[in-house]
Design a protein around this ligand. Structure first.
Ligand SMILES: NC(=O)c1ccc[n+]([C@@H]2O[C@H](COP(=O)([O-])OP(=O)(O)OC[C@H]3O[C@@H](n4cnc5c(N)ncnc54)[C@H](O)[C@@H]3O)[C@@H](O)[C@H]2O)c1
Length: 307
């Protein structure tokens, strides 16, 4: 199968590309390298350094003629979206529309879209299931969710199939430790530097941490299943930040303890997402335990010279 991945130089996109290549797909990548890294790009792909808002995007699609597009390229920083909602919308909404128009022009059959749990906002019930009301609390949540509507409309108007995957908190190798969302990467980075990580609040807040290779597998499954649907990609279980720290303490063998700081305004206390519908619809389930995922991630950061 021929697949084009936008954002394939980024943290999650590069793992999806690796899995596609391993599975025998012919893969091309579009990325402007704004946050992605050239070193992340699998050497067996055709790479186009293009902004998804650019007119040349359609030329790349016309040349590659992919049967499916996996769309991850985005402004993925919640804080940046608060500071500059216009730039966030230009990349995440107008960029996606430019991509969808190119897909229509080039006869792409399916788009798999990286959506987010930020679509839900503050949970009114747990676990968050796909029919939970949409109450995004940041311009990022709004822009990412808006694209789900465009996907539905483009399917109705032009017959392009789609699957939207709403990722929980993704962690794993290649995540940027300076990124605001990557608590696992930030904790590991500090621990390996011999510094205590900061925990905001009492650490009893829960999050749903899903390993990046499980996310890649959900994308792979979506190439052939889940048409016209939006699905959580999650473990289905809430894990406290204190628990996460204790696991990392065990794996790294550090004597360090966390430093507790006042809670940050707007932080959600509990969040975890049901994956029942996803498992049934995509024939997918998360395969990595927390321990396995964290061990691989710690190994990666130990080997890389970044820390
Ligand atoms: N990391 C998470 O926990 C998480 C959770 C939910 C959803 N997501 C979504 O998953 C996707 C990937 O996120 P990530 O964590 O790998 O972030 P990332 O920043 O590593 O990846 C984004 C990639 O998109 C590229 N990009 C950004 N703007 C572009 C543009 N205008 N044109 C072309 N390329 C552009 C970047 O260079 C980068 O390679 C995003 O769509 C994000 O919204 C991530």
């Amino acid at each position: 199968m021929k697949v084009l991945v936008t954002g394939g130089a980024g943290f999650i996109g590069s793992h999806i590309v690796d899995l596609l290549v391993q599975s025998g797909c012919r893969v091309s990548v579009v990325d402007d390298l704004s946050t992605g890294r050239f070193e992340n790009i699998n050497p067996r792909v055709n790479f186009y350094k293009i902004d998804i808002r650019d007119q040349y995007l359609e030329e790349a699609l016309a040349r590659e003629k992919p049967e499916a597009v996996i769309h991850l390229a985005a402004q993925a920083d919640v804080q940046r979206s608060l500071k500059d909602p216009r730039a966030d919308a230009e990349i995440n909404i107008l960029g996606a529309i430019n991509l969808l128009n190119a897909c229509v022009g080039c006869g792409v059959g399916k788009v798999v879209y990286a959506s987010t749990a930020a679509r839900y906002g503050n949970p009114s019930r747990l676990p968050l299931d796909e029919s939970h009301p949409a109450q995004p609390q940041s311009p990022y949540g709004v822009s990412k969710y808006t694209v789900e509507h465009y996907l539905r409309v483009y399917r109705e108007l032009y017959g392009i199939d789609y699957t939207a995957l709403r990722y929980a908190n993704v962690y794993g190798p290649r995540q940027d430790a300076s990124g605001e969302g990557g608590v696992v990467a930030i904790f590991i980075d500090r621990l390996l530097k011999g510094e205590s990580p900061h925990i905001f609040g009492d650490g009893e807040q829960t999050r749903d941490f899903i390993y990046v290779k499980d996310v890649a597998a959900a994308n792979m499954a979506s190439l052939r299943r889940g048409g016209g649907g939006a699905f959580n990609v999650s473990t289905g279980a809430g894990l406290t930040v204190n628990h996460l720290f204790r696991e990392l303490k065990k794996i790294t063998g550090t004597p360090l303890e966390p430093v507790y700081r006042p809670p940050r305004p707007g932080d959600i206390t509990h969040s975890y997402l049901s994956n029942e519908i996803t498992c049934a619809s995509l024939g997918w389930r998360p395969r990595y335990s927390l321990g396995e995922g964290l061990r691989e991630t710690v190994e990666f950061y130990k080997k890389s010279q970044v820390v």
